[in-house]
Design a protein around this ligand. Sequence first.
Ligand code: NAD
Length: 370
Amino acid sequence: MATHKLLLLPGDGIGPEVMAEVKRLLGFFAKTGMAAFATEEGLVGGACYDAHKVAITEETMAKAHEADAVIFGAVGGPKWDKVPFDARPEAGLLRLRKDLGLFANIRPAIVYPALADASSLKREAVEGLDIVILRELTGGVYFGEPKTITDLGNGQKRAIDTQVYDTYEIERIARVGFELARRRRNKVTSMEKRNVMKTGVLWHEVVEQVHAREYKDVQLEHMLADAGGMQLVRWPKQFDVIVTDNLFGDMLSDIAAMLTGSLGMLPSASLGELDARSKRRKAMYEPVHGSAPDIAGKGMANPIAMLASFGMALRYSFNMGKEADLLDAAIAAALAKGLRTADIKSPDATIVSTSEMGAAIVGEMERLAA
Ligand code: NAD
């Protein structure tokens, strides 16, 4: 059996608390012999700043390049609000994304039956929801140049951000979208604003071309991004995979997040280019939530987003779909038994701590795998 190399970066705040539950899960895989993982661990964010005065060290970056997958907790907190801009905790995360070339951000929005009432939408609109927002992560308006604020000298200033996409950037994210859809319900919805933006015109054209050339078997539809936002809160189950650019993806994935009820439930994956020789992609898996300083150290954090992020690593980096399904089923089973961390509490539920939830989920895995 191949040994998969993991780099664990717990980070700050609740990061180490939820990462401890990933370690528990790794213990389960080691004990059962279902999979072999070799792990290394490193500092990132504020924790790394305290030790080394940078948000991530070159040594840890080298380990990230060597790893088959990086498993990331969360960074940041008020303690580091005043550190130099280049060494702020988020700089570690941005460096990882940039240097590993992680251009494809996958955010599933899944509503477990037991949690359908935690959504801001009605139960019938979200029960059983299972969609994916695929966001382009390394291009577009957040990175385009020029990016300036100029003093016009007449009491006015002018701010410029540049939305820019090249064909290859749209092609590669579209391919990830179509590949994802093939493993799911085979439908891609591409969202842009071609009615008012040139990048939208090119986005639409290139997605159409990739589809016609390589993925005719997948159903493709296009939607203007504003209409897409509306449809997401009207009837989200119409979607399977939504593929969109960096800016719209940022907003649409947060909208989709609210459909599921809590930040503590949301995993994510970021993937890089396919290496032609190894057939592997650089990859990082992290919960959507931050370091939650308000609850850090209290054993209250929900570990499900972190565990489900590891589940995405099983699926997308290690081709272990069966084991990922087992983990998803174990999460659903623990929730169905009425176990809840404080963020997802409901009237009849039993409130449990981070480690109790992690232990219950691993316990369900043992039961389901037996
Ligand atoms: P946050 O996601 O940390 O917390 C928002 C709210 O959700 C808080 O009330 C928190 O208690 C709750 N929450 C988050 N995750 C939870 C979990 N697993 N279980 C239970 N409750 C949970 O966002 P924030 O408060 O805006 O930011 C706090 C810090 O985290 C800031 O320094 C911010 O820059 C950083 N941050 C980091 C990341 C990251 O590392 N990827 C992402 C977002 C924010």
